[in-house]
Write a protein that binds this ligand. Structure first.
Ligand code: SAH
Length: 407
């Protein structure tokens, strides 16, 4: 996601930072945190739990892991002691490690998470997720991949190589970590302050897949993660409050609607194919016409359930009044919201953010045509809460530390 201004980068790394050289081993016991119901059922079967009991045990684990936020099998008192011990012997409830936490003056929090290594030479990939509190909601921006393959020319993650897809567990675990740190699970005291947890008053009320990666290039895991996140007996986020953002992987948009039906956001950014080809190279494969057709047929759309079109404001590139009018024309007939995003510059970025008057004029045209067109307020400016920036900053600091050690 995109909030800020790296010129402010000197400000506050307020969290813990663990040495990058700490080489974690592949965990012996798989963690059940983030598992789907089918995976929990398989875990039960692997312990020899009889088939007639599997459903009940799965439901118990589900409740403890996702509703209560349990960090140990010991607390699962409706599971007998001997069976709890067998679970603990074969599985863990380990979460990804919080490598860095930064808290902005405006309440935005950013976590850099280290995932468990998946092979002997893996030191544990890192992803970031960001929490943005607002008066009427709290949004968690999650990553779906480590790095990205899309190379959008204005996006910092585009400059980082794709390392791998996140598993369903690793996607879901981002919400678990956030709920834990914000005190969102019943019975947990927030370590860093936070709202009192209750179904109506949880700190995290919304999820957006707008962190690192292209969610629709990791389709199965994102679909299954939406299933776990929205399950009413556990994490219980309504699908209306889960938004998957895509640069426009057209064939997967229809599948997403059919198999998961979360809210959809499209990173549009341009109204002509020649320009969009440059900003979002995926457009060469799936041009505007096909993309908008896929949007038109996304299931369940209505005035109350609209597609969000994201449009990053790039000075002198895509910000003219004529382009605003063309945008309105293109979206005709699609229940849409337009989200104008001031460009977040990053070191070496080939673009600048549009002038404020230019953004306002653009927004006025869109608004007069009947669309809500909020300009996304930059958040977390003092902690670089932008896409890909936490990871890069942390790597830079480490590289510097390395130089000092070696020099
Ligand atoms: N791959 C997905 C989700 C990740 S990006 C997608 O493309 O939608 C989430 C949003 O942040 C996208 O709209 C993306 O275009 C935007 N974004 C990325 N870098 C940005 C930057 N530096 N400034 C403003 N918006 C940016």
């Amino acid at each position: 996601m995109n909030f800020l201004d790296p010129s402010q980068s000197a400000a506050l790394p307020s969290g813990q930072e663990s040495p990058s050289s700490a080489c974690a081993a592949v965990p012996e016991k798989p963690s059940l945190v983030g598992a789907t119901r089918a995976e929990l059922a398989d875990a039960c079967r692997s312990l020899g739990i009889p088939e007639r009991e599997v459903k009940m045990r799965t439901a118990q684990l589900w409740h403890w892991i996702y509703f209560q936020g349990a960090t140990s099998f010991d607390v699962m008192l409706n599971i007998g002691k001997a069976l709890r011990a067998r679970f603990a012997e074969s599985f863990s409830l380990t979460r990804p490690m919080v490598v860095a936490e930064q808290v902005s003056q405006d309440g935005t929090r950013k976590w850099l998470l280290r995932l468990a290594p998946v092979s002997a030479d893996d030191r544990g990939a890192e992803v970031e997720c960001v929490y943005i509190p607002e008066s009427d909601r709290g949004t968690l921006c999650v990553s779906s991949q480590v790095g990205c393959t899309l190379t959008c020319s204005f996006c910092h993650t585009g400059t980082q190589k794709l390392v791998r897809n996140l598993s369903t567990r690793e996607i879901v675990a981002q919400l678990i970590v956030a709920r834990e740190r914000l005190g969102d699970f019943p019975g947990l005291t927030p370590p860093t302050g936070g709202l009192l947890p209750s179904a109506e008053n949880r700190a995290v009320s919304n999820i957006v897949f707008m962190g690192m990666g292209e969610p629709l290039y990791n389709f199965d895991n994102v679909r299954d993660a939406v299933g776990v996140l929205s399950d009413g007996d556990g994490l219980a986020l309504s699908k209306r409050r889960i938004t998957v953002s895509t640069a426009g992987v057209v064939p997967q948009i229809e599948r997403l609607g059919a198999e998961a039906s979360p809210m959809l956001a499209i990173s549009l950014h341009a109204v002509r194919d020649d320009l969009r080809d440059r900003l979002v190279p995926l457009n060469k494969k799936y041009p505007l016409k096909e993309l908008l057709e896929a949007c038109r047929t996304y299931p369940g759309l209505s005035n109350a359930r609209r597609i969000t079109f994201e449009y990053v404001m790039l000075k002198g590139i895509n910000d003219s009044p004529a382009e605003a009018r063309e945008l309105v024309r293109l979206l005709k007939g699609i229940p849409a919201k337009i989200n104008l995003i001031p460009f977040n510059p990053w070191p070496g970025a080939p673009y600048e953010c549009s002038e404020w008057e230019r953004i306002e004029a653009f927004s006025d045209i869109v608004f007069s045509a009947g669309y809500a067109s909020p300009v996304r307020t930059p958040r977390g400016r003092d902690i670089l809460a932008a896409c890909g920036q936490l990871k890069s900053e942390t790597e830079k600091l480490r590289a510097r530390a390395q130089l000092v050690v070696e020099g």
